[in-house]
Design a protein around this ligand. Structure first.
Ligand code: ADP
Ligand code: ASP
Ligand code: MG
Length: 407
């Protein structure tokens, strides 16, 4: 008997109609005889009554004044509401089901409220319930410290709950149900002809997720990869097979050789470029700048160190603090807000000539300036103005023929 972890995201649970689709997937696997653990997110997206963002909105009028511990208690309500509602739907269909909070499901975390890490999963209770014939519904995105405090795992953390449970239970597969047909060659909200990929390696999707493709949380992929648990990203609203995420070796053994030069695009908005000029001859400018950023927990990217100074990026949310720090050190930084980072990703681009040439040509032909670039074995990053983002993504998608990608 297979053991399947199914995870349903916010949009899959937002209204009566979508919850009927969720029910259909549970019934199908249940009737096929699989043992089921169902992980749920809070219902809906920002603006909808019980969504995580709407819970956060409740305290905004108080200037968000709430200690981190209590904030996690507030945030964990969203998943509890959707889990109990789903339980009621299953009961009405005559399907025996039980709801467990993260803590009740045995998910133990450290005490970093708001971004807790899972340290252990005690599976006895879930094992007992599934062997007694229950569908076990677990509230995603949360766990409990060893001394019983409720924690949350960071935004998008239900994916992590699902793969961590999959790994701990040694599930046959983790099915991540969402509102798109799988992992696409780019975010379909930005590239209208993005196409679903039938297979990707853990490494490739991890890379896409770390670079902004929020279809699955990067930590969730890392956990699945370590445990070699296959993950399928698929649509709640269809019967499509979606995208299978597994290791390159497993795919090669099925004759699927997928180290494509370019697999897909990802992007991150809300990036600020900072430039600091070293006007005073040789100095320790670089050291002082990066030490100040590190001391204040500001994550830096696109780092370019030159004898004349440094250029790097920070997130929009860290911009004011970064500027204050630089001014405090006596620098007058050049600040360019409103940038976006575009990542061109492919497991097979290493040693393949001409990838950067295609990028430069596509962007130049569209009149889009590249503000900075960087590269690794599997990714080329370019920094652009956010105003150019939509056109840049579309141009690059077309230039690499991703709209034609054979699946
Ligand atoms: P859920 O509520 O199901 O967790 P998310 O909003 O977190 O859903 O993730 C699904 C969204 O991820 C899609 O609606 C899509 O806009 C976005 N997305 C970004 N990049 C990609 C990609 N490469 N493939 C598929 N979806 C993507
Ligand atoms: N509800 C949480 C969030 O919105 C967790 C998740 O959706 O994965 O971040
Ligand atoms: Mg999500």
């Amino acid at each position: 008997m297979d053991l399947i972890v199914q995870k349903f995201g916010g949009t899959s649970l937002s209204d009566e109609n979508s919850r009927r689709h969720v029910l259909r997937h549970i019934v199908r696997e249940n009737e096929a005889g699989s043992r089921l653990v169902v992980v749920v997110s809070a219902m809906g997206r920002s603006g909808e009554p019980y969504a995580t963002d709407s819970l956060l909105e409740l305290i905004r009028t108080n200037g968000n004044a709430l200690p981190a511990r209590e904030k996690d208690l507030l945030l964990s309500c969203g998943e509890l509401i959707s889990a109990t509602l789903l339980c009621s739907i299953l009961q009405a269909e005559g399907i025996p089901s039980v709801v467990l909070t993260g803590g009740q499901a045995g998910i133990i975390t450290d005490n970093r409220f708001g971004s807790a890490r899972i340290t252990e999963i005690k599976t006895e209770r879930i094992h007992k319930l599934i062997s007694d014939g229950f569908v076990v519904i677990v509230t995603g995105f949360q766990g409990m410290t060893p001394d019983g405090e409720m924690t949350t795992l960071g935004r998008g953390g239900s994916d992590t709950s699902a793969t961590a449970l999959g790994a701990a239970l040694n599930a046959d597969i983790v099915d991540i149900y969402t509102d798109v047909d799988g992992i696409l060659t780019a975010d379909p909200r930005w590239v209208s002809d993005a196409r679903p990929l039938s297979t990707v390696s853990y490494e490739e999707i991890c890379n896409m997720a770390q670079n902004g493709a929020k279809v699955i949380h990067p930590r969730a992929v890392e956990i699945a990869m370590k445990a070699s648990i296959p993950v399928r990203v698929r649509s709640t609203f269809s019967e499509g097979e979606g995208t299978l995420v597994t290791n390159a070796h497993a795919l090669r053994s099925q004759g699927i050789w997928f180290d494509k030069t370019v697999t897909g695009l990802a992007h991150v908005r809300g990036v600020t470029q900072l430039g600091v000029t070293n006007n005073n001859g040789p100095s320790d400018v670089q050291l002082r700048v990066f030490r100040a950023m590190a001391t204040h927990g500001i994550s830096v990217d696109f780092i370019n160190v030159m004898p004349s100074g440094v250029v790097y990026t920070v997130s929009e949310t860290d911009t004011s603090l970064a500027m204050e720090l630089l001014q405090g050190l006596g620098f007058e930084p050049n600040v360019r807000r409103g940038c976006a980072k575009v990542s061109v990703i492919g497991g097979g681009m290493n040693g393949e000539p001409g990838v950067m040439a295609v990028i430069v040509e596509a962007l130049t032909n569209s009149g889009i300036p590249i503000l900075q670039s960087a590269d690794s074995n599997t990714t080329i990053w370019v920094l652009l103005s956010e105003e150019d983002l939509a056109e840049a993504l579309q141009a690059l998608h077309t230039a690499f023929g991703l709209h034609l990608t054979p699946n």
